[in-house]
Design a binder for this molecule. Structure first.
Ligand SMILES: N[C@@H](CCOP(=O)(O)O)C(=O)O
Length: 340
């Protein structure tokens, strides 16, 4: 469909807690562990989260015996993401606000109490996350891809990728930095709007509901870093509607992947940029897959059951209800298999 022969997906979500957040959180929690051994007075480590950061923080804090405190927007994250910090023994505050509200609160709280802030405005996180960029270079034997497409919400990750590529270039391991694309959900697109306005007058927005709930963020903490990364990599910002991102996920899953909606946003951006000729058929492009699709089964079930209002769900593959009867089963098989 895209007629590309050098297209890759960098799987950053097939990891211990099922998202790329593991890369940076191991670095941050290791440092906190060291601070505690040095008897620095820390009550614990805290974050605001849309579900992945909190899962990573809780897991590594549990392993290190450090109290974790997570602020989550009530009813805005998946069940799988909610149960991760609960199971790992974190103190979970489910707040009647969105992610941006949680972020404001945790910043106020950590200014008041000796709780170490674990969101990606802490550069230790980005030091860990940048290793994905180094790995991409290494996996291509230090040949730089033309494009790297990263979903963006709080916007630390796009900067972490830039940092990783920039470091490789400084070290002489690669000769250029790939063009970065930050892909946002159209329902949560403050960076896209800023880009379209020629980087003039950034305005935080109220993010609307999106299936890509982990990037449902209207006031990203790393906005300036993201702009720096994009401006210094001849970067682009693209957006994807709910229909585009869910269709892109479903199409990708047909290849054997099991994508999360945020990866769907990046894939939808790729499809658009390929269709309008910005990305060429022969370009080497890497789409960053940020989380495991198993964290987002409800939206996939709803899609494949065609149970989403106003979404045609073009690639739905609903299960066929059949009576417990040999003839009925044979009829279905004959009908369905002739269609595939
Ligand atoms: N998508 C994030 C939101 C928090 O962002 P972070 O960059 O500060 O970790 C999440 O999973 O919580």
């Amino acid at each position: 469909m895209l007629q590309m022969n050098d297209l890759w997906v960098k799987q950053c979500g097939i990891s211990h807690t099922g998202s790329f957040k593991d890369l940076g959180m191991t670095v941050l929690v290791s440092q906190v562990n060291r601070l505690r051994r040095m008897k620095k007075p820390l009550l614990g480590v805290g974050c605001a989260s849309t579900g992945d950061t909190s899962a990573a923080l809780s897991a590594y804090c549990a392993a290190a015996g450090i109290p974790a405190i997570v602020f989550l927007p009530a009813n805005r994250i998946s069940i799988a993401q909610l149960v991760q910090p609960i199971a790992n023994g974190a103190l979970v505050l489910s707040l009647d606000t969105d992610f941006d509200g949680c972020m404001r609160l945790i910043r106020e709280v950590t200014a008041e109490l000796p709780i170490y802030l674990a969101n990606s405005l802490n550069s230790l996180r980005l030091e860990g996350q940048k290793t994905a960029a180094i790995e991409i270079c290494q996996q291509f034997d230090w040949e730089v891809p033309d494009w790297v497409i990263v979903p963006g919400g709080n916007l630390g990750n796009i900067y972490a990728f830039f940092k990783g590529f920039h470091m490789c270039k400084e070290l002489g391991l690669i000769d250029r930095i790939p063009r970065l694309v930050c892909a946002q959900a159209a329902n949560a697109n403050p960076l896209y709007l800023y880009y379209k306005a020629g980087w003039k007058n950034f305005k935080a927005i109220k993010a609307s509901n999106t299936f890509a709930s982990a990037i449902q963020i209207g006031d990203p903490v790393s906005i300036d870093r993201a702009v720096f990364a994009l401006q210094n990599s001849d970067g682009i910002v693209e957006e994807a509607t709910e229909e585009e991102l869910m269709d892109a996920c479903a199409q990708a899953d047909l290849t054997g992947m099991f994508t999360c909606p945020h990866t769907g946003v990046a894939l939808a951006a790729l499809i658009k940029l390929r269709k309008n000729g910005v990305i060429r058929a022969t370009d080497r492009a890497v789409v960053v897959s940020t989380a495991h699709g198993l964290k987002f089964t409800q939206s996939k079930i709803d899609y494949h059951s065609k149970a989403i209002a106003d979404l045609p769900c073009k690639f739905a593959n609903p299960p066929v209800q059949v009576a417990n009867d040999f003839g009925a089963v044979m009829d279905v098989l004959r009908r369905e298999l002739s269609l595939r």
